[in-house]
Design a protein around this ligand. Structure first.
Ligand code: SF4
Length: 425
């Protein structure tokens, strides 16, 4: 049995006393961060080594400092939290780490034994299992929004009730207009009042401006990176692409994230022109999946470009009107509104990045991604760009059909290899 599995067993076997399991998780993360700081991984450029380290730090911080932490989802306006020195505990990431520790099965089963539906997204099931079993330390409050994820609001409501903590749900209109922006901006201000009440401290608006200015500066490096990625090879793995969700969302505006983007934009310039077949990924990535890891992790044959969540909003924010800017950012996120907008954005990225193929991963229980698959399929067919949609589970190892994925991926990659058409430009 490998060391990670032993560690996962230890976490599960200690759940009679959840505090012991939590301490095991914190100790493991602490040593992992130490290891990543002290020992270089020569297969990765410095920026990606740094990303590994800061993402372990980002998940560890709210666990070590629960009195200064808040629950968020991927799309919450975390800039406000950074400006108030509150650590966001990002629920999808926490569930992913449980899977990384190979103990997701325990928490998923815990949730279903408590009566949560088997068909619920496994990110939510694992998280709810961690809540109901008492694994997670109590944060101070929770914030989420009505956008994209249909499971979010009920998970956050349950958590807020279970832990007796305040919850703010931002209602996001489907389409952008100046009125819609005002509507969301007013809610964000109200949410800040709630945060100030709970934390007994005020938001320093100058600090918020600083965070947003850093976000804008990071955006310049992100755009530079994507420009280089049009022609250059750059190593990637399924896990690193998931880690980049911290950088592009929950940890955006932080100093460390800015440093990462700056380093990444510099690193890619040192790489050669890409001769790989280039794959654009849609939706989240099953980072544990052996076969997919074999095909894509650090592969020069099949270069994993990026996933669509990592470019779902790429506009500068007006730091002089931070509430309006955050409202606009949420409404105009490509995942808000009609699926057609998202599909067009993915197509545009596939063309710009010279992708040879697009893989859409339908994660178990995620209705928005499954529901939009046919729209994507039709659009890519019309645009003569190879497209594959596969079903699986991003965190629950028991819920993946390896044989089916293998057959379909092999056929798809073979098609890409023999495809002599000109790349879409
Ligand atoms: S995968 Fe889908 S259902 Fe699950 S958290 Fe993400 S958006 Fe929600």
């Amino acid at each position: 049995m490998d060391i990670i599995k032993k560690y996962g067993y230890a976490i599960k076997n200690s759940m009679a006393n959840p505090e012991t399991s939590l301490n095991l998780i914190k100790t493991g993360l602490f040593f992992e961060k130490f290891r990543l700081s002290k020992f270089r991984n020569k297969t990765l450029p410095p920026s990606l080594q740094y990303l590994n380290k800061i993402c372990v730090q980002y998940i560890l911080e709210p666990l070590q400092n629960s009195h200064s932490s808040a629950l968020v989802n991927l799309f919450a306006p975390a800039e406000l939290l950074h400006a108030m020195n509150i650590y966001p505990l990002f629920i999808e990431a926490f569930s992913s780490f449980l899977s990384g520790f190979t103990c997701e099965d325990y928490f998923i089963d815990y949730a279903t034994n408590c009566g949560f539906s088997e068909t619920l997204c496994s990110y939510h099931k694992a998280f709810l299992g961690a809540i109901n079993s008492g694994l997670l330390p109590k944060p101070r409050f929770a914030i989420t929004s009505s956008m994209i994820c249909d499971a979010n609001i009920s998970t956050f409501k349950h958590t807020s009730k279970q832990y007796d903590i305040p919850l703010y749900v931002i209602d996001i209109p489907y389409e952008y207009s100046k009125d819609a922006e005002k509507y969301v901006s007013v809610q964000i201000k109200e949410m800040v009042n709630m945060m100030e009440d709970v934390m007994k401290k005020s938001l320093d608006e100058n600090k918020l401006k600083e965070v947003i200015m850093r976000e804008n500066a990071s955006l310049i490096y992100r755009k530079n990176f994507y420009t280089s990625l049009q022609t250059k090879y750059f190593p990637n793995t399924l896990t690193l692409e998931m880690y980049k969700l911290f950088a592009s969302h929950v940890a955006i505006g932080r100093e460390e994230t800015y440093t990462f983007y700056k380093m990444q934009a510099k690193d890619i310039k040192t790489f050669k022109e890409s001769k790989s077949k280039k794959i654009l990924w849609v939706h989240l990535l099953p980072f544990y999946h052996k076969l997919l890891k074999n095909y894509f992790n650090l592969s020069e044959d099949y270069q994993l470009l990026t996933c669509d969540f990592n470019f779902d909003y790429m506009d500068e924010l007006d730091y002089n009107h931070p509430y309006d800017a955050l409202a606009k950012k949420m409404i105009l996120n490509q995942y808000n509104g009609s699926f057609e907008t998202k599909a067009q954005n993915i197509l545009k990225a596939a063309k710009t990045l010279n992708a040879d193929g697009v893989i859409n991963f339908c994660h178990w229980g995620c209705k928005q991604s499954t529901g939009g698959t046919m729209i994507l399929k039709e659009l890519f067919k019309k645009n003569n760009l190879p497209f594959l949609s596969i079903d699986g589970d991003c965190i629950d190892r028991r819920n993946t059909q390896d044989g089916q994925i293998q057959t379909r991926i092999e056929a798809f990659l073979e098609m890409i290899n023999t495809n002599n058409r000109r790349k879409v430009v």
